[in-house]
Design a protein around this ligand. Sequence first.
Ligand code: SF4
Ligand code: SF4
Ligand code: FES
Length: 498
Amino acid sequence: MITVNVKRYDPVTEESYIESYEIEEINKMKVLDALSRINKKYDANIAYRYSCRAGQCGSCAIKVNGKAKLACKAEINDNDILEPLDLPVIKDLIVDRTELNNYVKNLNMYMASEDCDLPKTKPDLIKPEEYALCDQLRGCIDCYSCISMCPVIKKTGLYVGPYFMRGFSNIEFDPREDETLSERAIENGIYYCTSCGECSKTCPREIDIYGKAIEKLRAKIFLENEGPLPEHQQIRKAVMETGRSVQAKEDSEYPEGFIKKYNKTHKNNNGKIAFFTGCMIDNRLPWIAEYLINVLEKLGYTVDVPEEQVCCGSPLLRTGQIDIVQDLVDKNYEIFKDYDTILTVCAGCGATLKNNYPEYGVKLNVLNISEFLEDKLNPEDMNEVNVKVTYHDPCHLARSQGITEEPRNILKNIKGVEFVEMEKPDQCCGAGGGVKSGKPEIAEALADDKVDMIEKLDVDHVVTICPFCEFNINDSLQKKNSKTSVINIMELLNKAYE
Ligand code: SF4
Ligand code: SF4
Ligand code: FES
């Protein structure tokens, strides 16, 4: 037998509650079949929608354990929690789609070629490569799962969300369309997206909404000189002038950044492992780099920190400012091409080097520090670190690189560490996609949500592996006078190996 928990909502009493049911366990049973069995066995009369049962109509989308899924495709497991999408609920698992449907209608999301009425003797030939960009955005089944999962929509009425951005991009990149939708995309909040990747991960049709629609549309807007935000333009300027997106603080212990200071005392020895610091670690959190080198040395590894390395390009790619990215990729390639392994301790840099560089013709063997260290740590060699911690999954580590278990395994292995999970560890903290710089109020609102989760745990530290998350969550913790602080996983490991 398996237990299935269903969130019920009674529109008459306006009460919502969880009801648990036991049904026979059947291998690979779908959620939809489980619901039908529950209704038969218990006469439960649970309301849910479905039509095609084949992943085509999109009507059966619900949340399974907090993630939007098609009930006809997802398998049911013991103790699953079934809830409606995060939209107004009509009854049980049925949501009201009227408002969104009307919005779709009002936004005129169809092609409006000006010369469509002209009689043509022969149709224009459009080559497959001209379709490439919009082709990968086709196939949406209007399930609204991406809308339900987007963390930003819930925080601002100014962002229409991924479903609409996919729609805009689909039309914009269609070679038959001769009108630009850039302005409409800006008006409807394209710069509010935090690049959390939740929509792309959720989409049952595997449409990479963030990467192939939002990011590409931002790039088109930039190339048309319509955007991005002034704060984003400052970042591009800094990279062009210095090779770095942020500069070191003059009053810091590292006024020239970590790399320069480190290389004055250590010589690169043409080792096999290199450290790609990233701008934030090099210039704003240089002690994290110091900890990383310390720990690796204790474990017997020599690491080179090549001095000429430049910004990976992530802040430019995320905000659509792609004109100088190839140059950065080529520079970094020349510097890192002969290393067997390139280590990162910034989720954004790692995701960019792994996922974006191949699009620019470069493949490097990049590992996040947690991937590298996971099987190399021995608690017997560590000092006891008596702290209670939780872990925040950076979006660009969890969803962009698929790394969730490695940091947890490390934390569970550090002597004296008590590890507890927060309610939604992979919920976006709001720092990414240029939102922290361009739309700080959204970054703050999302970080506040995250901090509410953290505060329930009474932990000493929230651990992460992303400098952007670190700053954003810390800002919110400090605002709330929290006793919890954010630390990078390397800081904890450094304490264990001090
Ligand atoms: S990447 Fe995240 S913030 Fe952006 S549209 Fe998708 S779900 Fe929303
Ligand atoms: S883009 Fe994907 S997740 Fe969003 S509505 Fe379409 S099919 Fe559903
Ligand atoms: S019933 Fe049509 S998509 Fe699931």
